[in-house]
Design a protein around this ligand. Structure first.
Ligand SMILES: [Zn+2]
Length: 298
């Protein structure tokens, strides 16, 4: 062992202790693989400045970007049975829940209210980091609570899904949430309130098959994967190669499945415009009475 190994290396190491270097200074874009300075990415609403790829966003940040001045009030969501089926795969579902909760301290959805472009609005935002944003009983409850709050406050309801679909650890109970969330949407429609969905990457499975496709207006972020079954499953079933960009927002827009593709930076302005259009039921111009034929002429 030379003096370099014995003496110089530990000294140099000592100068740069591991904890001095922040781990999250740089982030790699999953699309173009460029390294992006963490702060630059945050300042750009987590959209890659090189290729405009929309990176995943956690629920709280999503709410901050949507509400006016980033201010909102989250609501307390109903408690549900934590592990109704006592499910266990490689790990106990209870442990999975506990681990996921220790990071975010909630289930896969946060519901908040506040103003959006001056209009009162309730927003339910999904967190993909929480068990893949999967829809269990807690998510169903959250959406029902959100819809009911919107009715109570006479405001628009906006849902921003990011979900792999049903939560398999809750079996049939998870599938029942497809019905419950549809009921939630119906309650809004009965109250004549706008219900807008902002589909983000990814929105798949039972979520796509229920409330996510029932919006009065369906918006999607650019490049988001939106579909029911995955590409490989469909290709294996129909034994055919699917076209490039299949199940991406732009493809769905071209085929009439969604209404618009909106960049993250423009979401708030677009939503605000839509809410004011949907809520303003007054005629756009002065109503002119048409001359009616005289009774005796008929
Ligand atoms: Zn990129």
């Amino acid at each position: 062992m030379s003096w370099l190994d014995r003496f110089a290396r530990p000294k140099v190491r000592g100068l740069f202790r591991k904890d001095d270097i922040p781990q999250d200074l740089w982030e790699k874009c999953p699309n173009c693989e460029q390294m992006i300075f963490h702060r630059e990415l945050e300042n750009n609403q987590r959209v890659c400045p090189h290729c405009d790829h929309h990176l995943r966003l956690d629920a709280r940040k999503r709410l901050t970007y949507l509400f006016d001045d980033g201010e909102f009030q989250t609501i307390e969501l109903p408690e549900v049975a934590a592990d109704p089926l006592r499910f266990r795969d490689r790990k106990r579902y209870q442990d999975r829940l506990r681990d996921a909760r220790s990071e975010t301290n909630q289930d896969a959805v946060i519901v908040a209210h506040g103003t959006l472009g001056g209009h009162s609005a309730v927003v339910a935002a999904f967190d993909f980091a929480f068990l893949g944003g999967s829809m269990g009983v807690a998510v169903g409850e959250a959406l029902l609570a959100g819809a009911r709050l919107a009715v109570l406050q006479d405001s628009a309801f906006i849902v921003v899904p990011a979900s792999g679909g049903a939560r398999m650890q809750e079996g049939t109970l998870s599938l029942m949430q497809m019905v419950r969330t549809t009921v939630a949407v119906d309650e809004l429609k009965e109250a004549h309130l706008p219900y807008i969905v902002v589909l983000t990457n990814p929105t798949t499975g039972g979520v796509t098959a229920s409330f996510a496709m029932l919006g009065d207006i369906a918006i999607a972020e650019p490049g988001a994967v939106i579909g029911f079954a995955g590409v490989r499953v469909i290709e294996d079933t129909i034994r055919e190669k699917l076209p490039e960009g299949f199940q991406r927002s732009e493809h769905l827009l071209e085929h009439g499945m969604i209404d618009m593709v909106v960049r993250r930076h423009d979401l708030r302005a677009t939503l605000s415009k839509l809410i004011s259009l949907l809520r303003n039921t007054a005629p756009t111009a002065e109503v002119v009475e048409l001359a009616r034929p005289q009774a005796d002429e008929t």
